[in-house]
Every structure is written in C-alpha cells, then in structure tokens.
Unconditional design. Structure first.
Lengths: 181, 461
C-alpha cells in the first residue's frame, strides 16, 4: 500500500435514528444517485421503498426448489416401487400413491427450505471474507445502534467533495471516505 | 420510551405488562445480551451446572457403549414388548422440540411480538431435543451402525427402503425437521453473529464469530432478502412441525394394535407435543432469566402467555384422552373395550392415573392468574407436565403391547437400569448442550430485540 494510493470505495455518513436513514435514502435517490447502500442493525421499515429496491428473487428460488423437491421425491418413490424394485404383494397396485405422500411432503419442505436459505446467501454474495465497507472507521456500530448510508464511487454522479457535502447536508454525522483496501 | 407506561402497580398490569422492560435502547439490549457471551465472566454456578450435566452425559456414553457391546438385550424389551423405553423416549423428546418451532414459526406468522425474546433459545431447545430423540430409534435398531440403510442410496444389495412404511416416513420427517430447524436457527443467528464479531475484543472470537457471520454487513439489500427467506422458512416450518408429530403418530395409528389404531392420534399427538414443548421452554426460561438477570426481556407477560398456551394445549390433550376413551367404548369392539379396562384396572393403571393427574388435573391451576404469575408454581408445573407427557407415551406404548389380541401373547414390561441410564443420560446431554449454548451464542435474538425497541418506542411516542 506504499506504492500506490488506495482507491476510494465511497463516502459514508452516519445517522442515529432509522427514520433519518429512510429520509436520507429517499433524498439520495431523488438527487440522482443510483449506486448507494444503506446499513442498519435491524431491517428498517420503509427503507426498501425509499431506495426503490426491486422485489427480490428469494421467493421464486424457494418455489422452484419446493417444486423440484416434491416432484423429484414423488418421482423417485414411483421409480423405486414401479420400475426398479417392483414387489407384488397380493396384487396390490405398485403405484400406491397415498403411501408416498408423507415422504413427498417432507422432501418438498426440505428442498424449499434449503433453496430459501442458500438462495438468500447466494444472492447476498455470502459468505464474503471481506468488503470495503468494513474499512469505514465507525462501521462496527452498524451492528449495534447506528445507521449508515454509503454512496459508492462507481456512481456517475459521484464526486468526493460534493457528495460528502451533500451527505452532511442530510444531517449525517461523521461523513468520511471509505477506501478499497 | 417509558413515558407512556402504566404505573407498575396498576391493577390490570398483566394485560399491559410490556414484552420489553421500559427504558431500553438499541445499544442497551445489544450490550446486555452480548455481554453474557462476550464480557461477563463465566460464573461458578455455570461450571458446577455444566459439570453435573457433563457427568450425566458420561453416563449416557457408558450406556451406549455397553449397548454396542451387548446389544439391545440389556434393555427391558422382549417379545411382546419390542418398543419399550426407546420409543417412549423418542416420542417424548421429539414432542418437546415442537414448541421451539411453534414459537419461532407460527407465532412469527401470527405477528406475536412476545415471541421475540424466547424464540432463540426455544429453537436451540428444539435442536437439542431432536438430537436426543434421534438417538433412540437408531440405538433401538440393534445394529445402529447400519442406520444408513434407511436412506435410499444405490446399494450393492439392489434394494430400496420400503416407502410405504411409517417407519421410513419417520426417517424423512425427523431428518427434515432437524435440518429445517437448524437452518431456521442459523439464519436467525447470522445478524447476531455479526454483532458479536464487531463487539468482541479478542482476535480468536473475532475470527470465529466472523467466519460464522459469513461477512454479514446489514445492508438494506441483505435485509430485504433475509426477511424474505425468514418469512418463507416460517411458512415452511409451520406445516412441517404439524407433519412431524403426525408422522410419529402414524407409527402407532397405522398399526392395528388396540389403543393405537385411532384417527384421533395425529391431532392429539401434535397438541401433546406443543404441550410438553411449552412446559420445557418454561423449565429453561425460568432459571435462565434468573441466572442472567433477563427479567426485562423475558417478562411475566411471556411466562403468563406460555402458561396460557400450556393450558389450552393441555385441554386439547384432555379432549383427546376423553374421545379415545369414548370411541373405544362406543365402537363396541371387544379388544378396544378391554384395553380401556386394562388402562383403568390393569397392571399399569397407576401410570394411567398419574398421567391424568399430571396432564389434566394439576394443570387446571393455570386458569388462575395468581398461579400463572407465580414463578415457582410455573416451574413446578412445567416439570409436572413433562413427567405427565412422558407417562402418556409410556401408557400408549406399554399397555397396548402387553395386552393385545391373544392372552397367550400377553406379557409384562419393566425397564432395566440401562433403560434408565439412557433416558437420564439424554437429559444430561440436553442440559449440557443448553449450558454450552447460553455461554457461546446469544440466547435472545439481538437483532429482533432492536426491532422491538424500535416498534415499542413508536407506540409510546
């Protein structure tokens, strides 16, 4: 890090109350910024709307996972009992589907749950060993009692001094730059 | 925050008792809960309690070791009583687990705020109870090292598990239940692990909690997907928890043995599971809040509500007993009628009356507000209900198997010292895991408590 100056990741500002964060996020969006992110110690109501976030794909992944689990589970039992290892017990039907329902149900739930959790983690890019935001000086408070917003340098509208001033204008405390490494 | 609180000694305080003590902020709830794990020195009481539980866990290991050497003959089981303690304990433990999922999933969907401070350790309790439960059917197999034969895998023997058997349904139900409970618990923990990562001062803790938190940074996009996943898991866990004890009851109800072959079994098993589970949550919550001074978070309102749930599910169970009884007599089936007589006058009638006392008569005290708010009474009652629910499974398993259709096939059952060692050993394992859990992970969800602070502060503005 001696040879070259590290890159700026963005400018971060801090708030004390969730309402201030929602307000600021709305204003940042109105000002035309697109690449910014809000951080909070718990999910803040109204924040996704203020940031105009689109609906997420976790429900769709869960649905697909559940369908795969259910169809695969039933299909497997059918294959085992009808194709792979048919047992003629007093002439009873090989495809005795009501008896396959409990396992089908359990596998539906299992696959849907695994899809929900791993889908959520994958879409969030987790696990991720490091992220530039952790370089921010006071960011450890983001998991306790402070609310942060960070406007990223890759935004077209980003200008170090102007953006910092803009954040200060939104009553953010401790406005500072965040470095890449 | 405390501005709108009613005076603490007002007469209808119970209705208004908050789910969170007054005066808390985001920082104060975070401090108080994370301090138990990070900064508070481990108390002497913790060491003593852990040591006792660990010793009993040792007894379990000896019992299992001897079982591996000698086989299931060391237990009291013999034809006609093939099931005995192993299945009684399995059903009992798996039932206890149900309250954790009920609290975390069903009360979440019903938007019950009071679940917030009890869901984390109730979920942990579920996991540990499922672990104890899972041991029994595996040990009962006789050759537990072949347990994997129950899973469908392409084996050289060219055969598959019998998917039409309730015992295989059980394998899928219990393993799915264990997995989904673990996922639910872990997803709930992720933001709290990030909090611990950020607040711990030692390098080792930072690395361990940091790895477990997987780089969680609480961004709005993270939270949005997180909330979706959590809500979906709650929605999936709700039918799952109802299905698990239903499938367990199928182990009995699908058979033609008198006293087992009834359609009321699934709903009454589920109600009984929730009944014993809430009793166990109370048995853990009462000492926990006392030991760590968490009375602000686990308030009288929580205890009161849990007592009410216990009362309600207890009444459903009583209804189940009544109709089991009634249908046997009403059916006119001589084997069913005979079974009722055996419950009342047979060799195990003492167990039946003890069960009625523990599960139906004594819990009626919970109708009284004075009793529901008396911590000592609640604690005793929670133990009574757990004993009662264990007796219920004993009565179901043993009386039916000792008195089936042909008198020449009748028998008697009495557990051996190894049966008791295994049962008490799993209790030791359960308590030991609870001790470890409260020491290394936040016993109350910090992120959800902060949300609760945010919501309650809005109400009182």
């Amino acid at each position: 890090m001696i040879e070259h100056r590290s890159h700026v990741y963005g400018v971060i500002g801090e708030f004390e109350k969730p309402e201030q964060l929602v307000h600021a996020a709305g204003k940042i969006r109105e000002a035309g910024y697109r690449y910014f992110e809000a951080y909070s110690p718990f999910p803040v109501e109204g924040l996704p709307e203020a940031m105009a976030m689109r609906r997420n794909d976790v429900p769709l992944i869960t649905l697909l996972g559940g369908l795969a689990g259910g169809l695969g589970g039933f299909g497997f039992q059918y294959w085992v009992n009808v194709v792979s290892y048919p047992l003629n017990i007093g002439g009873r039907p090989l495809n005795s589907w009501p008896a396959f329902i409990p396992v089908t149900f359990e596998l539906t739930i299992l696959a849907a749950s695994l899809s929900a959790v791993f889908g959520m983690l994958a879409l969030n890019g987790l696990p991720q060993p490091h992220h530039p935001i952790f370089n921010a000086h006071r960011f450890t408070h983001a998991s306790t009692d402070r609310f942060f917003v960070c406007i990223q340098a890759r935004d077209k509208k980003f200008h170090l001094a102007d953006t910092a001033r803009f954040l200060q204008g939104l009553a953010a405390h401790h406005v500072s730059e965040v470095h890449d490494d | 925050m405390s501005a709108g609180e009613p005076p603490i000694n007002s007469p209808d305080i119970t209705r208004l008792t908050p789910v969170l003590g007054p005066g808390h902020t985001y920082a104060s709830v975070t401090d108080k809960i994370s301090a138990i794990v990070l900064t508070r020195p481990t108390s002497l009481g913790w060491y003593i309690g852990f040591l006792i539980a660990f010793s009993i866990f040792g007894v379990l290991n000896i019992a299992i070791g001897w079982l591996m050497i000698k086989g299931v003959g060391i237990w009291g089981i013999n034809i006609p009583i093939g099931w005995g303690f192993a299945i009684v304990n399995f059903v009992w433990w798996i039932g206890i687990g149900h309250a954790g999922t009920l609290i975390s999933a069903i009360l979440f969907l019903l938007n019950q705020k009071w679940r917030t401070s009890i869901n984390r350790f109730a979920e942990a309790m579920t996991l540990f109870a499922v672990a104890c439960a899972g041991l029994f059917p595996i040990l009962h197999m006789g050759r537990p090292w072949y347990a994997f034969w129950m899973f469908p895998y392409p084996s050289v023997m060219g055969i598959w598990p019998q998917f039409r058997s309730p015992l295989i349904w059980d394998v899928f139900a219990v393993s799915t239940y264990g997995t989904v409970s673990l996922l639910f618990w872990f997803v709930g923990l992720i933001p709290d692990l990030a909090t611990l990562r950020d607040r711990s001062t030692s390098k080792a803790k930072q690395i361990i909690y940091g790895m477990l938190a997987m780089g969680w940074r609480g961004s709005a996009r993270h939270w949005q997907r997180y909330q979706s996943a959590y809500l979906l898991l709650a929605g999936l866990a709700t039918p799952l928890v109802l299905s698990v004890h239903t499938v367990v009851s199928f182990d009995f109800a699908i058979a033609i043995v008198p006293g087992w072959h009834t359609t009321i079994f699934p709903p009454y098993f589920v109600a009984g599971a929730i009944y014993s589970g809430f009793a166990m949550v109370l048995s853990i919550a009462i000492p926990l809040r006392k030991a760590y001074g968490l009375e602000d978070f686990i308030t009288m309102r929580h205890l009161d509500n849990m007592a009410k749930v216990m009362l309600a599910t207890g009444l459903i169970v009583a209804y189940g007993y009544f109709f089991e009884f009634f249908m046997s007599l009403y059916s006119g089936n001589k084997f069913d009628v005979f079974l009722v007589q055996q419950r009342l006058h047979g060799p195990y009638s003492r167990f039946y009356f003890a069960l009625i006392l523990c599960n139906i008569l004594l819990p009626q005290l919970m109708w009284f507000h004075k009793m529901r708010t008396n911590v000592a009474v609640l604690f005793v009652m929670s133990i009574v209900v757990n004993v009662g629910m264990w007796l219920e499974r004993f009565v179901i398993v043993v009386i039916s198997l000792t008195r089936d259709f042909v008198p020449s096939a009748w028998g008697r059952y009495s557990p051996t010292v190894w049966d008791w060692a295994t049962l008490i050993g799993t209790l030791g394992m359960f308590v030991m895991l609870i001790f470890l859990f409260v020491r290394v992970l936040p016993a109350i969800s910090i992120a959800e408590m902060r949300e609760l602070v945010s919501e309650t502060s809005e109400e009182h503005k």
